[in-house]
Write a protein of this length. Structure first.
Lengths: 109, 108
């Protein structure tokens, strides 16, 4: 079966600290993968998407970056977090099931 | 600029009162339109994919339709458990872009 894993589920980080969120997919190969951020009460903002290993398209010019070191692994990173980076981060796989991961709730203090 | 717009922002219905949610889009080269349901604190749950104008999909009390510029999600005789945020998203190229969502509340 096809599954998306995300961790951690919740994270509280101080301003200026680094960030690494990981997303892994099971049950498929060469998936299109997406990172979204959802602020409280808002819609999903597309951050990055990837169609293959090492291929990253960025939709936001800010302090976030993404990498795809393996076919089924997608990583979201930041060197220095801002208060505005707080939100609900979701990884998605646009496969047959159109799956979303369970999300990571990030609070930057 | 490519856009996805959902209306209304919020909708309150009585149980059994049917209604429709709208998703309009202005992207070029639409490859698919998706509807999701999202409960508070959770990731979106996939409902439907529509690929071409005139296509319709149904699931229980929900029916999604697609034209060349918009999609409707029809809710027939809703129940309180249908309360959620409903999101639409459009796929063009390899980009999957979401609208802001419609918050639906169904009161018994």
């Amino acid at each position: 079966s096809q599954t998306i894993h995300q961790w951690p589920a919740t994270l509280v980080q101080p301003v200026g600290s680094p960030l690494s969120l990981e997303c892994t997919v099971e049950g498929t190969s060469n998936p299109n993968l997406y990172w979204y951020r959802q602020a409280a009460g808002r819609g999903l903002q597309l951050l990055f998407y990837s169609v293959g290993i090492g291929q990253i398209s960025s939709e936001v010019p800010q302090n976030l970056s993404a990498s795809r070191p393996q076919d089924r692994q997608f990583i979201l990173s930041s060197k220095k977090l801002l208060l505005s980076d707080s939100g609900f981060y979701l990884c998605a796989w646009l496969g047959q099931g159109k799956f979303f991961g369970p999300g990571t709730r990030l609070t930057v203090l | 600029e490519d856009q996805v717009t959902q209306s209304p922002e919020a909708l309150r219905l009585q149980e059994g009162e049917s209604s429709s949610l709208n998703c309009s889009y202005t992207v070029s080269g639409l490859r698919g339109l998706f509807w999701y349901r999202q409960d508070p604190g959770k990731g979106p749950e996939f409902l439907f994919t529509l690929y071409s104008a005139g296509e319709e999909k149904e699931k229980e009390r929900l029916k999604a339709t697609l034209t060349k510029k918009e999609s409707f999600l029809h809710i027939t005789a809703p129940k309180p458990e249908d309360s959620a945020t409903y999101l639409c998203a459009v796929l063009y190229g390899n980009k999957l872009v979401f609208g802001a969502g419609t918050i639906l509340r169904v009161k018994s």
